[in-house]
Design a protein around this ligand. Sequence first.
Ligand code: GLN
Length: 228
Amino acid sequence: SSSSTSSKTYIIATDKTYAPFEMTDKKGKLIGIDMDLMRAIAKNQNFKIKINSLGFDAACTALESGEADGVIAGMTITDARKKKYDFSDQYYKTGVSMAVAKKSSIKGYADLKGKTVVAKTSTAGLAFAQSIKSKYGFKLNVVEESSMMYETVKSGEAVACFEDTPVLKYMIGQGQLNFKLPTKSENPSYYGFAVLKGENATLLKKFNKGLANLKKNGQYDKILAKYE
Ligand code: GLN
């Protein structure tokens, strides 16, 4: 009934820092496109949420074990994931790029031969790196978090990382990464909010309805503009 659903608090899992989608402000408050969208959708559809900032792989694990009702984490809608999750309507366009240090001489994937690159567990960036690894003959290191991935490139331990294009562009634009993107963005795709397959049609429906309302009433554009 509507009274029981409106009193339920949905647990929403997310990544740690994945700017501009999730990050903390100076006061430690979770902000970013995903956080603002999720809160605005919950408000619009009159449901309560609790956001758990776990890390990307941990957020997926929490969803699969039933510890979270949904994941919003700059998660790319992929066919592989559709086997396990139901996705909301898409809410943001993405792709994967290779990033190297600003001073790097690497201009393309062919320059990676014999070198070490890094990517983050369970991500689209890792999947792309794996897909070209043998062709270009590089070694691939895997780390848990984006921050570790960037440190690995900064220290020279890896010559490149593979990460979502909007994330890299935002970080570079904000002066948070002294990196450049020598190649084009690959695998154009979209972000979606995910629930466990077949398990949470109610929440998914509310998300889609709220998202559509936010697009109509201008709130969606306002949220995006905040993080340009
Ligand atoms: N968009 C990427 C993916 O879905 C990475 C998400 C993330 O690291 N938060 O795999």
